[in-house]
Design a protein around this ligand. Structure first.
Ligand code: C5P
Length: 224
């Protein structure tokens, strides 16, 4: 397939708990597009490492693990080596581990083709940190979705409590800030808004309004 005939991609990047996962999924559903939650892949690498006794700072051992990952996404469940790991993957520990394994360029490289394989007709909505900058630089639309740290911590808190998981607001805020710092300061594919991405601050926006804003923007670019 040549670049011109590749299915279109909407890249939605932004910090943790900005609501990008929910917005991306809803945009994908509205358009009948596929959906890639790239953060889940980094989280699965962290969980797989823990299961195998590999430290999150052992880049040399993590890369082959990421390359050989036997992972399957099936509606709401995530399977690693045929076992359900959804709760560990979605836990705070999974997120903390993900942001540590994600600093390794070899881990990122090992996950590249796996992410690009989600680009299937009629199109893809992908969310993460480097969807627009590294994985799908030719995305039709790039959105940088964010919200202030307190709002994000509060959303994460409600999400975890809603799932029956333990959560502590002060600890969540501290961890979010640490994760923002790690994600934006790392050398490999750091989290940052690229010049060609459109900023969408959802601090005072409902999910519905954010979804509408992305769909309206996409309609505008596809009619250009
Ligand atoms: O989005 P989510 O919170 O699931 O991502 C978990 C971690 O995985 C992030 O904090 C980030 O360090 C890493 N990540 C990444 N690149 C992506 C998606 C996630 O580095 N495209």
């Amino acid at each position: 397939m040549t670049a011109g005939t590749l299915p279109p991609v909407i890249a939605i990047d932004g910090p943790s708990a900005s609501g990008k996962g929910t917005v991306a999924q809803r945009v994908a559903t509205a358009l009948g597009y596929h959906y890639l939650d790239s953060g889940a892949l980094y989280r699965v690498v962290a969980v797989a490492a823990k299961q195998s006794g590999i430290a999150w700072n052992d880049g040399a051992a993590l890369a082959p693990l990421a390359a050989a990952l036997d992972v399957r996404f099936n509606s709401d469940e995530i399977y690693l080596n045929q076992s359900v790991v959804t709760n560990s993957v979605r836990s705070e520990d999974g997120g903390i581990g993900a942001s540590q394994v994600a600093v390794w360029p070899a881990v990122r490289a090992a996950l590249l083709d796996r992410q690009r394989a989600f680009r299937q007709a009629p199109g893809l909505v992908a969310d993460g940190r480097d969807m627009g900058s590294a994985v799908f630089p030719d995305a039709r639309l790039k959105i940088y979705l964010t919200a202030d740290a307190e709002t994000r911590a509060e959303r994460r808190y409600k999400q975890l409590i809603g799932k029956g998981m333990d959560a502590n607001m002060a600890a969540l805020l501290q961890e979010l800030r640490a994760r923002d710092e790690r994600d934006s300061q790392r050398a490999a594919a750091p989290l940052k808004k690229t010049d060609d991405a459109r900023l969408l601050d959802t601090t005072h926006l409902s999910i519905d309004a954010a979804v509408e804003a992305v769909l309206a923007r996409y309609k505008a670019v596809t009619q250009l």
